[in-house]
Design a protein around this ligand. Sequence first.
Ligand code: PLP
Length: 376
Amino acid sequence: MRPLQMVDTKTQYHKIKTEVDAAVLAVLESSAFIGGKVVSTFAENLAKYHGSKHCIPCANGTDALQIAMMALGLKSGDEVITPSFTYIATVEVAALLGIKPIFVEVDAKTFCIDPAIIEKAITPKTKAIVPVHLYGQAANMEAIMKIAAAHHLFVIEDNAQGIGNNYTFSNGSTKKTGSIGHIGCTSFYPSKNLGAYGDGGAMFTDDDALADKLRMIASHGQSKRYYHDVIGCNSRLDAVQAAILDIKLTHLDEYITARRKAADFYDNAFANNKKITVPFRDANNKHVFHQYTLLVEGVDRDGLHQFLADNAVPSMIYYPVPAHRQKMFDAFGGSSYHLPVTDWLTERVISLPIHTELDEEQQTFIINKVLEFVNK
Ligand SMILES: *Cc1c(COP(=O)(O)O)cnc(C)c1O
């Protein structure tokens, strides 16, 4: 059996090595390292895949979120509504801009922001909702967009974990997550579903004026070279990463299929265990399984994590401390929040290895170890 890893980017690379190596060498030969045709071609191809009019690449997913908030004119004193059960980047960028994150509860089944609670958190200072498609599960975008329209709020989707998820609305129409809100943001961190071999990120929008703003802010606020109209930053996707990503994009759907197949295999194995809840699936969205995360009840979760590690089975706790309990948010009244579902989840979730190269022999080993501990 091949050694177990949370993600296996090396085996995945070897399957496309010839193509990738040639593309990287071509960039080196061209010496167009920043910007240029390779980057713009990738952005066009990704926009097409995504069903978005514009794709604006940037340096990473964290920058994408920050630039999105800047382009929408969010500023110090404004509020954004966001889940606490997320990766820190989602909310850190708001705080960095002096925007107050208002943490709301997540749905206990989907682990995504609970639309029923959003309205109660809206104040005259609220400017945007930032849903996170956590683990690759789509948030309830239909309800979120309705609330946003009724209250004239922007929606910035954190789609770092959800790229490729095809969300279905109640009228049967579909849209990719990240193309539903005013701006969608994603990350090409190597372990993400569309992972680079370094850092990268992108923003998506259908709005021409907004696309211009995003582009301008990512490039020092330049309207044309050396003319800086607004305060911006420096956030670029480099050509080597774009060349690699353009190849991996042609495999993205096949990668997602492989992740779903692995998820199905786990689901079947854990289906009848009363202490284990497998990831929620509903007809409206097609989970892309950036993570495969179990909820364990009546089990020493941290003991399971350690037991798996002792048996060379990697697992992860995403995330052990919710955002509102991070020291960083003390100044924003983080500790005054009462988010029992979020706290309950952080004590019970555990993510198992899932990636495009996982085989049934490896999964069977992982499953047996999990069950050995859980049924003890
Ligand atoms: C990975 C991730 C980010 C940040 O992406 P980087 O490219 O690492 O900056 C933001 N939000 C979520 C939910 C993520 O998983």
